[in-house]
Write a protein that binds this ligand. Structure first.
Ligand code: ATR
Length: 275
C-alpha cells in the first residue's frame, strides 16, 4: 500500500481523505490516505515521519503551509511565488514542495466559468494568503491586468509589488472598486467575508459587477456565498470555491500517481459529504 495523508491543525473537518481515497479507488491505485492532527511544535517531526515511513505524498493545510517549506529539499517555482506549499511529493527520499491551490483554482475557473483568461481584466478582493496563493497561477494565463484591492490598502500595495511588473499585477484603493468592478471581466473574492457562519455578509456590493462578467469566490462553505447569489441576479456567471478544492486535490493526485485525476468522481463524493 502506498501511503498518503494531510496534516493540519485543526484537521477533523478535512474532506481530503474522502476525496483522495475515492480517486485512488477509481484509478485502481493501491493507496491509503489519512488525516493527521499535527500541532505546530510537531511539524518537523511529522515531516521526518514522512521520510521515515516512506509516504509517497502529503497535503499540508493551515497553519503549516509556510513553515513546512523549511523541512523540504526543493520548492517549485509556483510554491515559491505563492509563498506556501500544500502538496509534497516524496521522490525516492527527496521531498519536493508544490502549491496546487493556485493552479487548481485556475483550472477550475477555466473548466467551470471562463475558458480563456488571456486578455481579461481581473479584480482580486483581499490581499491575504489566499490572494497570494492564486496570483502567480492567474498571471501565467496572460490576463490584461490583475488589480488587487484590500480593506487595508498597504497590504494590497505590498502584495502587488512583490511580483515582477511583467505580470501586470497592481493595487487599487478599496474606494475605487465600484469603477474597477464595472470594467472587470472577472471579480474574485479571496477575503473571508461571507464564510460560514456569517453567510449574509458581502465583501462588496455585487450590483457593481457588469452583466456577463464572472463572479468567483474562493469560499466553498457555503457552496454559494451571498456574493455569488447576488452576482447571479445581476447577470454574472458565477464560480464557487469548491472547484478550487477539487482541483488542488486533482493536481496532487496527478503529481503523486502520474495518472489523470478522476475529477467527476472526486467532486461527487465531496458533494455527497456536504449533506
Ligand atoms: P487568508 O489566508 O484566508 O487570505 P488572511 O491572510 O487573514 O486570510 O486574509 C484575510 C483577508 O480578508 C484580508 O485581505 C482581509 O483584509 P485586511 O487585510 O484588511 O484585514 C480580508 N477581510 C477580512 N475581513 C474583512 C472585511 N470585513 N471586509 C473586508 N475585507 C476583509
Amino acid at each position: 500500500t502506498v501511503l498518503f495523508g494531510v496534516i493540519g491543525d485543526p484537521i477533523r473537518h478535512s474532506k481530503s481523505p474522502i476525496m483522495l481515497n475515492r480517486a485512488f479507488r477509481e484509478r485502481n491505485v493501491n493507496g491509503a490516505y489519512a488525516a493527521f492532527h499535527v500541532k505546530p511544535n510537531q511539524l518537523e517531526n511529522a515531516i521526518a515521519g514522512v521520510r521515515g515511513l516512506g509516504f509517497r505524498g502529503l497535503n499540508v493545510t493551515i497553519p503549516h503551509k509556510i513553515e513546512v517549506m523549511a523541512y523540504l529539499d526543493e520548492i517549485s517555482e509556483g510554491a515559491k511565488a505563492a509563498g506556501a506549499v500544500n502538496t509534497i511529493v516524496n521522490d525516492n527520499g527527496r521531498l519536493i514542495g508544490y502549491n496546487t491551490d493556485g493552479i487548481g483554482y485556475v483550472r477550475s475557473l477555466k473548466e467551470e466559468a471562463e475558458p480563456d483568461i488571456a486578455g481579461k481584466t481581473i479584480v482580486v478582493l483581499g490581499a491575504g494568503g489566499a490572494a497570494r496563493g492564486i496570483l502567480w497561477a492567474l498571471a501565467q494565463e496572460n490576463p490584461a491586468a490583475i488589480l488587487i484591492a484590500n480593506r487595508t490598502e498597504s497590504k494590497a500595495k505590498e502584495l502587488a509589488a512583490s511580483f515582477s511588473p511583467d505580470y501586470r499585477i497592481s493595487s487599487l484603493p478599496w474606494g475605487d472598486l465600484r469603477a474597477a468592478c464595472s470594467n472587470a471581466d472577472i471579480v474574485i473574492n479571496t477575503t473571508s467575508v461571507g464564510m460560514s457562519p456569517n453567510v449574509n455578509e458581502l465583501p462588496i456590493d455585487p450590483t457593481w459587477l457588469k452583466s456577463g462578467s464572472v463572479a468567483s469566490d474562493l469560499i466553498y462553505n457555503p457552496l454559494k456565498t451571498a456574493f455569488l447569489l447576488q452576482a447571479e441576479q445581476v447577470g454574472c456567471k458565477i464560480h464557487s470555491g469548491l472547484g478550487m478544492f477539487i482541483y488542488q486535490g486533482a493536481y496532487a493526485f496527478e503529481y503523486w500517481t502520474g495518472q489523470p485525476a478522476p475529477v467527476e468522481a472526486m467532486r461527487e463524493v465531496v458533494l455527497e459529504s456536504f449533506v
